[in-house]
Design a protein around this ligand. Structure first.
Ligand SMILES: [Zn+2]
Length: 1013
């Protein structure tokens, strides 16, 4: 088994000399001095680079996922021969010859009105809903940072200052005096007097058009005492530090406000808009869209020393199959016939916009390894006076960041074209599942769902084959050949040596066999209606699926619907090893580690065959999810869990998941390689993947929601002139059985100035990386150590910024890089997540489940998980299309008379304040008062009034957007189930341990001050 899945390779374990002490895993014991493992702080801070006193306000980098900020630094020119690295699209469209898809001209032709396009781009990218990056700023927006602070307030000693997020539209949309309060903590003298979080200057009415909720600029301030009691001790018991002087919570950086700001892009003036649009044009021309690849920073430090000094992880989060909205052009497929794609002879990188053509077009230099290659005869083309091929715009691989190549036989197993993939539905028909009605529910649903199997664009029906298995202690296979009048069952009771008893008729085309399949699905619930069998097997079920795929020589996916721990005598039999006594001990990691052996071997076989496993679990007690989910989590599969499944409350929730899952866009039998230009390389990988060696990322399947996080390390010095390149190549089989190569390219800036790195950081990507690395580390490390590393690294990253990039200011000020202002709130939330909190009240299976789910998540999903959306519904404008503005996730934002919707992609709550007005209750529930509300309600009644329609539309809109479904839980203020809801108020102190956001900021600030002295 590759170490990727089982051995926590600590994120810094491959550290360069000087980072020793990490070999033991994620970090040092708590007794060691802070940062001892980082090689000691003194060196780290000894050489503040010169010329770094500029305002920390980011420029290009502040734009959401900005792969390139080079448009602002004209000296960066990576393409040698191309005078302009990112030429503007041609005025006249030049459609590609071969691709049948919609005209490429839509990208190359004159763009829609700038404001319109920007709005489209932004909204299409869900920036509004995720707030996934720092807002764009402009030179105008920087101005406030140079203004002197307003008179300080309060009587406290100068406290840490965390600047409120910059407001990009500030310069333009809000006339009036400069916003004196904004960004004060940046350049400029420290407050003349006391005062921690500052009150804003005048004129800060908030973004016009947006509710003034979460107004982080308002309210009186109290100072923040830097030396306040530790807010994040490691033992949960100690977390309840004494209450501090009341600070205005509005004054600390807010994620919510960022989301608002991003929604407000349409208020930009033309000048500003132009900048932003340029950005997007560049983005779609030669860099992969941030939908596909996002980076922790878009400006790499030139040397390993710099990287070590700042401790900012260098990583990319790659979602190779990310869904594209309908208004974005699908990827072009380049067909080179039998010759296949053009590749560098030495490093095998694929032809891409970064290759430099020379010698009149007869040769090209690889930008990854610098090797000079002959251009194949069929591919020759003349260069224009700029040194660019004249067919530049006609070839996606020369001008676009993402595209596909048709793969030749060389890329197929055994030099044979692959067969279309198959989906096998494997239903546990033991007593529990029959009794709950689940089996019937699944069978009924499949009848309609199978009509909607994914199909290739332009094809009439899906090429995916389907097969059916039922099981308890033994397995039943079904022959559903179209020629049969009745399905035939074949039983295999020898689960020790699993085989598939029939070849012909097991995997069939649904359209051909529809009648027989219908017949089967009707019969299954009846066949087992009287079963008493409660024992199940599990590993043999997966084994059967792999064997079927082997015999059919295809890849595909198993959909397993399973209820209990597999205790029947068979390979992969499990026993209860849940032990709450291990919680908060050094052995806690055992709860997360899967049982070795059978499942490990199965993962390997599945990946080799391209067999993805999706597991739908319906447990009523502990099932050892860590082990049962082991195969799914190495095969690009998903695990869904419905504890104590009840038809009425969970049925629809489950069906929504199943429908989404079956219809997802997906590729099979995939292998991905990430190539980089010289000087750095991919060293570590996180995801639903399998690694047989150190470079090939194998995935039995990869769907539109799965992401792989890749960490990079230097192995040489990077050049500011040429920048750095990255190419991600994914070889896979399409749903119709074609072999394809999907290529995503990204170019990054390199700088010897750390300020550039901090400017270009992306907090959402950083937190994705930290979540995955921490969740892997807990397989080998005590939680306490892992949490400590997270805090230490947070402090270190921020201290390094303070030391090297920020203007001199009082130590009492907390200064955060503009692009990382909300990093602490995410980090604090991460440390309070179930896997990282040692609490006996949390279910071991739930913790393991969350751990594994996060490992394959993309940036938007980790972000939402760590900072839920809390939407007030009590004052919505029913006539407006817009979603009400979310508020900060804190109890303080709730009100007795309020109604709030909270969702994080996994859980969804409708919270009702005790004093909710009867009108609201009537409008939403058709009930006279809250007291009439039934406890187990999980859907809103469909009432014919505007409020009901609006609320239901909001909920279904949210459900549609998320990768998996959520069960709506309705909770009343002060009812017992409210506790479930409260754990998602991530700015407050954790229910199971963990500091409040405010306490955490104070704690981190204290750590930073220690590092700086
Ligand atoms: Zn090369």
């Amino acid at each position: 088994m590759s170490q990727q899945g089982y051995v926590a390779a600590p994120p810094y374990s491959q550290a360069q000399p000087g980072m020793g002490g990490y070999q033991g895993g994620f970090g040092p014991g708590p007794s060691q001095p802070l940062y001892g493992h980082y090689g000691g702080p003194p060196q780290a801070f000894s050489t503040p680079p010169t010329g770094m006193m500029k305002s920390p306000v980011s420029s290009a980098a502040a734009m959401p996922p900005p792969p390139v900020s080079s448009q602002y630094s004209p000296n960066v020119q990576q393409n040698g021969a191309h005078p302009q690295r990112y030429p503007a699209p041609p005025a006249v469209s030049a459609p590609y010859g071969q691709p049948p898809q919609s005209a490429y001209s839509s990208m190359a032709s004159p763009v829609p009105p700038p404001t319109q396009q920007l709005t489209n781009q932004m909204s299409a990218m869900n920036l509004g809903s995720y707030g996934n990056a720092a807002p764009p700023t402009s030179p105008v927006a920087q101005q406030p940072f140079q203004t002197p602070p307003p008179p300080a307030m309060g009587q406290m000693a100068p406290g840490p200052q965390s600047p409120p997020p910059t407001m990009p539209m500030g310069g333009q949309s809000m006339a009036g005096p400069p916003m004196a309060g904004m960004g004060r903590p940046f350049p400029g003298p420290p407050p003349t007097g006391p005062g921690g979080f500052q009150q804003p200057g005048p004129g800060l009415a908030g973004p016009s058009g947006f509710p003034q909720q979460a107004g982080q600029f308002g309210g009186p301030m109290a100072g923040l005492q830097p030396g306040m009691p530790g807010a994040f001790p490691t033992a949960p018991g100690a977390l309840a530090g004494p209450p501090q002087k009341k600070l205005d919570p509005d004054s600390i950086p807010s994620i919510v406000s960022r989301r608002l700001i991003l929604l407000g892009v349409h208020t930009f003036t033309y000048q500003h808009t132009t900048l932003v649009i340029l950005h997007f044009l560049i983005l779609i021309s030669s860099n992969a869209s941030p939908r596909f690849i996002r980076c922790t920073t878009y400006s790499l430090p030139c040397t390993a020393d710099l990287a070590k000094q700042c401790q900012v992880p260098l990583a990319s989060i790659i979602k190779p199959f990310a869904s594209l909205p309908k208004n974005e052009t699908p990827l072009y497929v380049v067909k080179h016939g039998e010759t296949g794609p053009v590749r560098c002879n030495r490093c095998k990188a694929y032809m891409c916009p970064y290759m430099q053509f020379i010698d009149g077009g007869r040769r090209y230099q690889c930008s990854f390894c610098n090797c000079v290659n002959e251009v194949p005869v069929f591919y020759f083309q003349h260069l224009d006076h700029m040194g660019r091929r004249v067919d530049f715009y006609e070839r996606p691989e020369l001008s676009l960041g993402s595209y596909e190549f048709e793969a030749t036989m060389d890329y197929c197993k055994n030099n044979k074209p692959p067969n279309p993939p198959a989906y096998i539905f494997m239903i546990d028909v033991s007593y529990t599942n029959i009794k709950s009605g689940l089996v019937k529910l699944i069978c009924d649903e499949l009848k309609s769902l199978l009509e909607k199997l994914p199909r290739e664009e332009g094809m009439e029906s899906s090429a995916i084959k389907v097969g059916f298995v039922t099981y308890n202690k033994i397995l039943h296979f079904y022959n559903v050949k179209s020629a049969l009048a009745q399905p035939q069952m074949m039983v295999v009771s020898d689960t020790a040596d699993m085989f598939v008893p029939l070849l012909d008729g097991f995997l069939v085309n649904y359209q051909d066999s529809r009648a027989v399949i219908y017949n089967l699905l009707d019969q299954i619930p009846d066949m087992f209606a009287d079963t008493n069998e409660s024992e199940t097997v599990f590993a043999p079920v997966i084994q059967a699926g792999v064997e079927a795929f082997k015999e059919a020589e295809c890849s595909g996916k198993l959909f397993i619907f399973h209820s209990s721990m597999p205790t029947a005598e068979a390979p992969g039999k499990l026993k209860n090893r849940d032990d709450k006594k291990l919680v908060n001990t050094d052995k806690e990691k055992m709860l997360f580690q899967p049982q070795k052996g059978v499942y490990e071997q199965l993962s390997k076989e599945c990946v080799a065959q391209g067999c993805c496993v999706d597991l739908f679990l319906f447990p009523s007690q502990y099932v050892d999810l860590a082990t049962m989910a082991d195969v799914p989590s190495h095969t690009g599969g998903s695990v869904y869990k419905y504890s104590n499944f009840q038809m009425e409350t969970d049925g629809e929730h489950f069906l929504r998941d199943l429908r989404k899952d079956v219809q997802k866009s997906i590729g099979f039998d995939a292998v991905m390689r990430v190539r980089t230009s010289t000087g750095f390389r991919a060293t570590d990988f996180f995801g639903g993947i399998y690694m047989n060696n150190t470079t090939d990322i194998e995935m039995a399947a990869v769907d539109c929601d799965k992401a792989v996080t890749v960490e990079f390390k230097h192995d040489d010095t990077l050049s500011e002139e040429t920048g750095a390149f990255m190419q991600c190549a994914l070889l896979y089989t399409t749903i119709s059985g074609q072999r394809r190569l999907r290529i995503h390219n990204v170019s990054l800036n390199c700088s010897s100035q750390l300020s550039e790195l901090y400017k270009s950081c992306e907090t959402d990507s950083l937190i994705n990386f930290f979540a995955k690395s921490a969740y892997r580390a807990i397989l080998n490390q005590p939680l306490k150590n892992v949490r400590e590393i997270l805090v230490n690294q947070t402090a270190h990253m921020l201290a390094c910024y303070r030391k090297n990039c920020a203007s001199p200011s009082a130590a009492s000020q907390l200064i955060l890089p503009d692009a990382m202002k909300v990093f602490p709130v995410y980090m604090n939330s991460l440390m309070k997540t179930a896997p990282l909190v040692g609490s006996t009240e949390l279910s071991t299976d739930d913790r393991a489940h969350q751990r594994l789910s996060v490992m394959a998540m993309g940036v938007e999903d980790t972000q939402l998980l760590l900072y839920p959306r809390l939407i007030p519904l009590h004052n919505i404008d029913v006539s407006s299309e817009a979603l009400p503005a979310p508020v900060r996730c804190s109890e303080e934002r709730l009100s007795e008379s309020g109604v709030f919707l909270l969702e994080n992609g996994h859980s969804m709550f409708l919270w009702l304040g005790q004093a909710t007005s009867p009108d609201l209750i009537q409008g939403i529930f058709n009930l006279p008062s809250l007291a009439h509300l039934q406890a187990n309600m999980c859907a809103l009644p469909e009432l014919d009034n505007p409020l009901s329609s609006k609320v239901r539309a909001i909920i279904s809109g949210v459900l549609e957007k998320r990768p998996s479904s959520m069960k709506l839980q309705i909770v009343r203020q002060r009812d017992k189930p409210e506790m479930l809801f409260r754990q998602f108020l991530v700015e407050d102190k954790g229910l199971h341990g963990g500091a409040s956001y405010m306490d955490f900021l104070c704690y981190v600030h204290r750590e930073i001050r220690q590092l700086l002295t």
